[in-house]
Ligand binder design. Structure first.
Ligand code: HEC
Length: 200
């Protein structure tokens, strides 16, 4: 298993790479814009608006990942539960209820929670088989996650669940500052994945 700083570095590298692509796109496009301006001074307004809308699209440097519809529904449902879980954790911490914060993190977000199953490398032997060779049995959600989620994305997911397990432990020490720091390691991974990938 790769430790989480390495995974975070991977995520960072993906962001840098996509940012470089986006800026390359922008500079070549602005070259085109100058050409248009020279040729058609009256059409400038129109050229400007298409330039702006193109830039708007180019700014979304996240990698588009395609999931089958069922898997996307399942994945986004998990996501909404992740946010609800964070909300319950913050609420419990505000009441100094460390046991409740730890419990909800363990049950809904940790490596041992059902939501972590699709990010765990444990069933990797199945991933090496192409999907058509498993057609006798319908694919489980875990199979689908292995098949369709990019390796680096799964890595960030695994880091997030690992950080949640760590939070659950630290929260039990009732150290507020330590718990908040551990929680920020969870949210860092939410942010890291969201800045790198999109489904739609
Ligand atoms: C491994 C990557 C990854 C991690 C980790 C991750 N997310 Fe997401 N999340 C996504 C992707 C991809 C989307 C879809 C974004 C899009 O298509 O625009 C998403 C969407 C969401 C949504 C919108 C759901 C909907 O119904 O539209 C919420 C809320 C969300 N995530 C919360 C969280 C929270 C909170 C965490 C951390 C505890 C988290 N996510 C961690 C990848 C991730």
């Amino acid at each position: 298993m790769v430790s989480w700083p390495t995974r975070a570095a991977l995520g960072g590298a993906a962001i840098l790479a996509t940012a470089a692509l986006a800026s390359a796109g922008t500079s070549s496009h602005s070259g085109m814009h100058h050409q248009m301006q020279a040729g058609q001074s009256h059409g400038q307004g129109q050229a400007m608006s298409s330039h702006m809308s193109h830039d708007g699209a180019a700014k979304d440097a996240r990698e588009m990942v395609q999931f089958p519809p069922d898997m996307q529904t399942h994945f986004l449902g998990n996501m909404r539960d992740h946010l609800q879980t964070l909300n319950e954790i913050v609420d419990a911490l505000a009441r100094d209820d460390y046991a409740a914060a730890s419990k909800v993190a363990t049950e809904r977000l940790s490596l041992d929670s059902p939501s972590a199953a699709g990010c765990k490398p444990q069933s990797m032997h199945q991933a090496s088989r192409p999907p058509e060779n498993r057609s006798q049995k319908p694919m489980t959600m875990e199979d689908m996650m292995e098949t369709y989620m990019p390796e680096a994305m799964r890595g960030i997911g695994l880091s997030m669940h690992t950080a949640a397990s760590e939070f659950a432990k630290v929260a039990m020490t009732q150290d507020r500052a330590g718990a908040m720091t551990a929680l920020s390691h969870v949210t860092q991974n939410c942010v890291s994945c969201h800045s790198s990938y999109r489904l739609r």
